[in-house]
Write a protein that binds this ligand. Sequence first.
Ligand code: 4NP
Length: 152
Amino acid sequence: MPAPSILFVCLGNICRSPLAEGIYRHLTIRTSEKPVIASAGIGNWHIGNPPDRRSIKVAASHGIDISRQRARQVKAEDFRLFDFILAMDQSNLVRLETLRPENATARLQLFADFALGTNQDVPDPYYGDLADFEDVYSMLFSGCNAVVSRFA
Ligand code: 4NP
């Protein structure tokens, strides 16, 4: 089964979900059928902005360039375009459920639940330091790796 198309969602679309997008793209780049991969935010504060410099830095330290990604907000069409919409935390998931249109086809789930079978949030690192971003990277890498292995 080919790797699923996934929209990764967090609050601002500058810290967690752009990292998830970059990691998942990196891990699926050599698969024959390229899944649609994107990330988006619940909020509109950072639309058009590049990822947080700390996310860019941590990704770059692992050989992944996310600097050209730009933040956008979740939109109704997303619920038909992707196989899965994965929320970084429980509050993102609750917000996504309220945005979900009647005709949605995408499956909505917590990232860690789908990827790792755990009910953990990917913690918001925005007010943290680089070590918090590194922890987020580790969790996202483990999860994305598990997804890719499952569909390989
Ligand atoms: P993210 O982190 O949801 O992982 O992108 C945040 C980024 C910005 C804000 C909150 C969380 N903010 O309040 O601007």
